[in-house]
Structures are given as structure tokens and as C-alpha cells.
Design a binder for this molecule. Structure first.
Ligand code: NI
Length: 179
């Protein structure tokens, strides 16, 4: 089973780190995205019963801290240990690279991590394939859907539950791409 105290500690850490950030195109706090990704990933892990729930939950709640906040890899190591921090780091895009290279690079680093980290990345994209911000162009939406297919093709093969959900969301996303 999983550890509720660890969930609360990790959620508080992530919520504090993202406290100034809101969901794109909305005035809602960013923590809603983190909770949704966590729910999605933990749901998949509970279905299969083979992965580490605490590791999944922690990587999900922390997945955007290094990328989007002042939190560093070392901060995450100090608070939660190297296993969690390594997962979060793999989920972080390297901003030193050209934009088109960032996702493929992150996916290659995620592949070197455990299946829990792969599940978190797929859960993240499931949540992000909800209705896009109104100001996204058709081209951007199409690119986002294509990138989601790359994520599924690259990371799939570990957890059929999350992969089925992602595949379904990719199909459903076409509704946001019509003229
Ligand atoms: Ni995210």
C-alpha cells in the first residue's frame, strides 16, 4: 500500500514550489494539474499492482518542480532522496537544447528510469490533453497531438491501463483541432 503522510508531505512541497503558478489559460492554482497527474498515475498502478505506488505518487506530484520553479535537483534529493529526484530530473526538459530536441531528449532519459517514471509522463500528457487554452492555434494543437503519439510510442509497453487512457485521449483531442 502507499503512505498517506508521504503524499501530504510531497503535495505540500510541490504546492509551495508552484504557489505563484496558475494553470495555463486560467486563474486556477497549478496544484490542480499535479493532483490530476498523481490520480491518473496511481490509478494505473493500482490496476496493474506491479509498480511502486509511493514512487509513482511522488514523481507525479513533483514532476514540474525542477522545470518550472526555483526547486533544484539537489533540493529534491535532500527532501525525498535520489530515486525520486532522478525520476523528476528525467521528467525535466533540458532548456539548453533547441526546442524541438527537448521532448525526445527527455523521453530518452525517462526510458533509462523505472516504469513508474514512464507512467507519470504518460499520465501527465493524459491530463494535458484536456481542452487546450483558447489562444492555442490549430497548428500548435496538431503539434501537441503528434507529440503525444511520440510519447506513447516511445514510453508504451509498461502499463496497459495508462497506455489505453492515453491512446483514447489522443483520439479525443481531434475534437479540438477542427476549423
Ligand atoms: Ni505536467
Amino acid at each position: 500500500m502507499w503512505n498517506p503522510d508521504l503524499y501530504q508531505k510531497t503535495l505540500s512541497f510541490a504546492n509551495r514550489a508552484h504557489r505563484k503558478q496558475q494553470l495555463p489559460g486560467s486563474d486556477l492554482p497549478y496544484v490542480a494539474h499535479l493532483c490530476n497527474v498523481c490520480m491518473e498515475a496511481v490509478h494505473a498502478v493500482l490496476q496493474s499492482g506491479t509498480e511502486d505506488i509511493d514512487l509513482t505518487m511522488q514523481c507525479a506530484l513533483l514532476h514540474d518542480t525542477i522545470e518550472d520553479t526555483e526547486i533544484t535537483y539537489e533540493d529534491v534529493v535532500k527532501a525525498f532522496g535520489a530515486r525520486v529526484a532522478d525520476g523528476v530530473l528525467a521528467l525535466t526538459k533540458n532548456e539548453a537544447l533547441e526546442k524541438p530536441d527537448r521532448m525526445p531528449d527527455s523521453l530518452q532519459r525517462i526510458l533509462q528510469q523505472s516504469s513508474e517514471v514512464r507512467i507519470v509522463k504518460m499520465a501527465d500528457r493524459i491530463n494535458n490533453l484536456s481542452e487546450p487554452p483558447h489562444y492555442w492555434t490549430k497548428e500548435k494543437r496538431m503539434k501537441y497531438q503528434t507529440e503525444a503519439r511520440l510519447i506513447l510510442d516511445t514510453l508504451g509497453g509498461v502499463n496497459p491501463f495508462v497506455e489505453r487512457r492515453l491512446s483514447h485521449r489522443i483520439e479525443q483531442y481531434s475534437q479540438y483541432i477542427k476549423d
